[in-house]
Design a protein around this ligand. Structure first.
Ligand SMILES: Cc1cc2nc3c(=O)[nH]c(=O)nc-3n(C[C@H](O)[C@H](O)[C@H](O)COP(=O)(O)O)c2cc1C
Length: 355
């Protein structure tokens, strides 16, 4: 199966549903922000805007890397770019492998730049491709969409379960270190839903990457998505792995704690963030901004552009209210606010040495 067809299958499986973490949430229910009955600010004066990697965003939010590579996904990218533009937030495109290997597909990604010339856009390639591509190919991904940053995704679980996967990760770190020196936009290393540990965060920092996106467990489960595909392809060995590893990964809140306990790198939190209150919790734990993928895509595909816009705009309003109720004028103030960690997250934080 061609890469572009696989991407369409992924979208259709996510749209149908049932491929999210069920038993594992992002663990934001274990974070309590402290209500301040005397905020000493007016709600209308709360400022949700932030600077991230030198870019101003109207809210600390991006639409996470998802798609491109075919006519159907071109339309999706166009809509996501229009949403990001209207909201004043950023977005990532999905893996650009399809267009790097077949340049006639480049417009399915560059549509993002045409639709939204001024937004913060993140390019995307996979670790499995990173090792095989020369620097010109990597730079072509950036040029294709005039990217402001390049995300490299680490997806060992997905590659292991995907029927045509390439679970080959030997040499990725070395290549990351080389590429970090050769390209002139920030490199963001991200997972795709299983989270980043503190050990990986230390290695990434030493390799010279600019930022990390934890993409933890709690939202989209790639083991489940590839499990659906494996079953259809009658690859029963892969399917049975998906059954066991469908809930595998570091819950997003715990992953933020892991990474923040060892680095001060700019940090994106994604993986099951459902609303602006969870976004605020992610930020009090140590993230700089949050990102949403599956939730935005499902809303767009099932209920249309206006509903997706409403959902994102509600998220920003919820974030604004969380700032107000914690007595924070802006995101920098929120980061300094006291929070209470409960249950398993508190235990995790203790074992990591975060508290
Ligand atoms: C349909 C779909 C396609 C995705 N494709 C990519 C991709 O090409 N590259 C990537 O880095 N992450 C990809 N992701 C992962 C997301 O960027 C994100 O890290 C992950 O889904 C966790 O966020 P969520 O729980 O809000 O969906 C994809 C996610 C979805 C739902």
């Amino acid at each position: 199966m061609e890469v572009k067809d696989r991407k369409i299958e992924h979208i259709n499986i996510v749209k149908k549903g049932g491929v999210e973490y069920e038993e594992t949430s992002g663990w934001f229910e274990y974070v309590y922000l402290i209500h301040q009955a005397l905020p000493e600010i007016d709600l209308q004066d709360v400022d949700t805007s932030v600077n991230f990697l030198g870019f101003k965003l109207k809210a600390p939010l991006i639409i996470d890397s998802m798609t491109g590579g075919s006519e159907e996904t071109k339309e999706i990218n166009k809509n996501l770019a229009a949403l990001a533009h209207e909201l004043g937030i950023g977005m990532g495109v999905g893996s650009q492998r399809a267009a790097i290997e077949d340049p006639s597909l480049a417009d399915t990604y560059s549509v993002v730049r045409e639709t939204a010339p001024d937004i913060f856009v993140i390019g995307n390639i996979g670790a499995a491709q990173l090792i095989t591509y020369d620097i010109d190919k990597i730079k072509s991904a950036i040029d294709m969409i005039k990217a402001n940053a390049l995300a490299i995704h680490l997806n060992p679980l997905q590659e292991a379960i995907q029927p045509e996967g390439e679970p080959k990760f030997k040499g990725v770190l070395q290549k990351l270190a080389e590429v970090s020196k050769l390209i002139n936009v920030p490199i963001i290393v991200k997972e795709v839903g299983s989270g980043i540990s503190k050990e990986v965060a230390i290695k990434l920092k030493l390799a010279g990457v600019s930022a990390i996106n934890v993409a933890g467990a709690g939202g989209t489960s790639w083991a489940k998505i590839e499990g659906v595909r494996a079953k259809k392809a009658k690859k029963m060995e892969n399917y049975s792995l998906a059954e066991i590893f469908g809930e595998w990964g570091i819950p997003t809140a715990a992953s933020i704690i892991e990474v923040r306990s060892v680095t001060d790198l700019p940090l994106i939190a994604s993986g099951g963030i459902k609303n602006g209150l969870e976004l605020a919790k992610a930020i009090t734990l140590g993230a700089d901004i949050g990102a949403m993928a599956g939730t935005v895509l499902k809303e767009l595909l099932k209920n249309g552009y206006e509903k997706a816009k409403e959902m994102l705009s509600n998220t920003v309003n919820e974030y604004r209210l969380a700032l107000f109720l914690t007595g924070s004028k802006n995101t920098s103030e929120l980061k300094k606010k006291r929070k209470i960690l409960l249950g398993p997250l508190a235990e995790w934080a203790r074992q990591v040495g975060y508290i």
